[in-house]
Design a protein around this ligand. Structure first.
Ligand code: GLA
Length: 386
């Protein structure tokens, strides 16, 4: 997607496009997940943070039910829709995200007027950094304010999840939108996905002489494809056989018993979720007691679990992780839903260049596309800019 446009440039583009002044500009970030993958829809624990790559929307409500939308990065040109005729699935590309949240708010009985919208985003799409949720969270923040609905962050999270699950057709959990809506500068979001309780956990890699590198493999993925849904179905089957509401209710001490009850594949999926939940709790504890320099082994173990038990990694992600580790990263793992997207590598400042060079070189040697590598730090969550 494009580089972030200055809000005054966005305002001028808005006026030029729609012949009227916008009501405001709202911004929402993408996220990385430090640890806790595929635990959210199992009512477990996650530890993501909002990043300083964001979607911005300039928006103006209309006095009819028409929606007109344009992005700064082109793609679909001007998209028009009528809110009175919205059906899940309608729209294409990024336009489904604003339409999806409008639909989800309407489903809650909120009167959503038509709107004109200009979108700008520098969250890379398909990179596992939640570019879609960044758009949804920016739009829902705007509509929540402009309609006077005044929903709390937890309700906005659930509405965006409905938009993703029903309107877009991706059976995802609540992690990404929680990070985008509830993130804060310098803090990771320790979220209990059962009751949406959040504890903000300081994550300051820099003061420990570390950087968190994101390695975007450029292998694009979609959670509306079958892989994500089939993992979710295995988890639900596992929970049913083990007689619990969700895998959150299974502790590591039950894994041995579970292996006698579950088929091999279901057992692997369950083992990932159960051990991953435990790793999130350990990471929070280690961050508090020893700091970021001590969480490396937990990140490594998480990757192995996703690669071997949950089977959602891919050769490019494995290469990014292995090469980072071999060149000085103290912990590395794929982040996000998997099947492509990005890896994270916690790296001493002095090793950063070596890791970057080695990963680019190894991708070249393997014949893969050149990865995009950048650092991230925890940034502010969704907010109004003007
Ligand atoms: C995607 C989904 C999230 C979560 C992760 C995996 O990012 O949107 O809800 O399930 O995958 O942890």
């Amino acid at each position: 997607m494009s580089t972030v446009t200055d809000t005054s440039v966005l305002a001028a583009r808005f006026q030029e496009t729609f012949g009227a002044v916008h009501d405001g500009v709202w911004q929402a970030p993408g996220r990385v997940n430090l640890i806790g993958e595929h635990t959210d829809y199992n009512e477990g624990f996650v530890l993501p943070f909002a990043i300083d790559k964001t979607a911005k929307v300039a928006l103006r409500v209309r006095d009819d039910s028409t929606v007109r939308m344009l992005s700064t990065f082109g793609g679909h040109g001007l998209v028009e829709a009528d809110l009175a005729e919205l059906e899940p699935g309608s729209g294409n590309g990024w336009s489904r995200y604003p339409l999806g949240v409008a639909w989800a708010l309407k489903e809650r009985g909120i009167e959503v007027p038509g709107f004109d919208l200009l979108l700008d985003s520098d969250v890379p799409s398909g990179a596992g950094l939640s570019s879609s949720h960044a758009i949804e969270c920016a739009v829902i923040s705007a509509l929540n304010e402009l309609t006077g609905a005044g929903l709390a962050a937890q309700d906005l999270v659930l509405a965006t999840q409905r938009a993703e699950n029903v309107y877009v057709g991706a059976p995802t959990g609540i992690m990404d939108q929680s990070a985008s809506l509830r993130g804060a500068k310098g803090q990771a979001v320790f979220l209990d996905c059962r009751d949406q309780h959040v504890d903000l956990v300081p994550f300051d890699a820099e003061s420990s002489g570390l950087v968190l590198l994101v390695i975007d493999t450029k292998v694009s993925h979609s959670h509306a494809d079958g892989g994500y849904a089939s993992r979710r179905a295995s988890c639900e089957l596992g929970a049913e056989i083990l007689g619990v509401k969700a895998l959150r209710d299974v502790g590591v001490e039950r894994l041995e018993e579970a292996s006698g009850l579950l088929d091999e594949t279901t057992m692997k999926r369950v083992r990932h979720v159960v051990t991953e939940n435990d790793r999130v709790l350990q990471t929070v504890e280690v961050l508090g007691s020893q700091g970021p320099a001590s969480i490396g082994p937990l990140l490594d173990a998480s990757h192995v679990s996703m690669r071997d038990d949950f089977e959602i990694s891919c050769p490019e992600l494995d290469l990014a992780v292995d090469t980072s580790r071999a060149n000085g990263a103290i912990g590395a793992r794929m982040t996000g839903g998997g099947f492509g997207g990005s890896a994270i590598a916690l790296t001493p400042v002095g090793q950063e260049q070596q890791v970057r060079d080695a990963v680019v070189r190894s991708f070249g040697e393997a014949g893969y596309a050149t990865p995009d590598i950048f650092t991230v730090t925890p940034a502010a969550g969704a907010r109004r800019l003007t």
